[in-house]
Design a protein around this ligand. Structure first.
Ligand SMILES: [Zn+2]
Ligand SMILES: [Zn+2]
Length: 291
């Protein structure tokens, strides 16, 4: 049984029509395909579904679901950014779109001591000036290490521990408040670190990481094993790393492999994830989301 529930498209920062992903999935023997475009955010950016296209996205996924019923199980989801002061509650997006599942992810981190500034900017600033809003948020994802380093400098004054702590605490708040179906790539903060600012096994980092793992266990959310860093050559491990997956196994946390596809051919780039899970005897692998 092949499935993937972490899928982008031309509606956000991916390439290709939704239908091209469906055709690829069917041709490659998938039994289920979930779409999880980046949720709209209220400031200019080049990665999320635009607010005015959100319902078109939902309706198109639903139409494909009906059209392909019996051939492949298509599901309507969304990868939602939890951003303090900006996007804290997922309910409206879930209800407006009629979503079947959510992936909760953190890619954008304001300084927790300065969330009010961001909240006010989003609420009051109009027109061209809105271009300034992203400069108040640390963007930890995307292809450029330079963006990560600049954000760390401007928003956290190069204090990596403060930035990493904000990342994990933001995820914890997201899990507690929204209980997303799946928690996406929850150690992605390491992607552009490349062992420059800290090592994965440093105690302060491990403590923050394990606090989130514990919260995922308590919340009943599914933890994602995301393969994108590997096939994009941006990281040498899954998100989260193998050693963390082993720890998660001891806590019986359910995991779901997601390729975070941004083009149809990414859909089956599993990068040995299932083999690894089998090798370590992982006990709770979810292959089809329980609906
Ligand atoms: Zn993501
Ligand atoms: Zn994604």
């Amino acid at each position: 049984m092949r499935t993937n529930y972490h899928t982008h498209s031309r509606y956000c920062d991916g390439k290709g029509e939704l239908r091209e992903y469906v055709d690829y999935a069917i041709a490659h023997g998938f039994s289920a395909l979930g779409f999880s475009g980046h949720a709209p955010v209220p400031f200019p950016n080049n990665f999320s579904i635009r607010q005015e296209h959100y319902l078109d996205y939902c309706n198109e996924v639903r139409a494909l679901k009906a059209e392909y019923a019996g051939r492949i199980d298509i599901r309507l989801g969304l990868e939602i950014d939890y951003i303090p002061g900006v996007l804290e509650d997922f309910t409206l997006l879930i209800e407006q779109g009629g979503l079947e599942y959510t992936i909760g992810s953190v890619h954008l981190i304001p300084n927790p001591d300065d969330v009010e500034t961001l909240r006010n900017l989003c609420a009051t600033v109009q027109g061209e000036e809105r271009q300034q809003i992203p400069y108040h948020i640390w963007f930890i994802d995307g292809p450029k290490q330079e963006t990560y380093d600049k954000g760390l400098h401007h928003i956290f004054h190069d204090d990596i521990r403060a930035g990493v702590k904000a990342f994990f605490h933001q995820q914890n708040a997201m899990i507690e408040r929204n209980r997303p179906t799946v928690v996406g790539h929850f150690d992605k903060i390491v992607m552009h670190n490349h062992n420059r600012f800290f090592q994965y096994d440093e105690k302060w980092f491990r403590d923050l990481l394990y606090e989130t793992v514990e919260l995922i266990r308590e919340s009943g959310c599914i933890a994602e094993i995301n393969t994108r860093g590997l096939y994009k050559g941006r990281h040498t491990d899954f998100y989260p790393a193998k050693e963390t997956i082993q720890y998660m196994n001891s806590l019986h946390i359910p995991v779901l492999v997601g390729t975070d596809a941004h083009e149809p051919s990414n859909l089956d780039q599993f990068e040995g994830a299932y083999e690894f899970l089998k090798e370590i005897g992982y006990r709770n692998v979810v292959q089809a989301l329980p609906f």
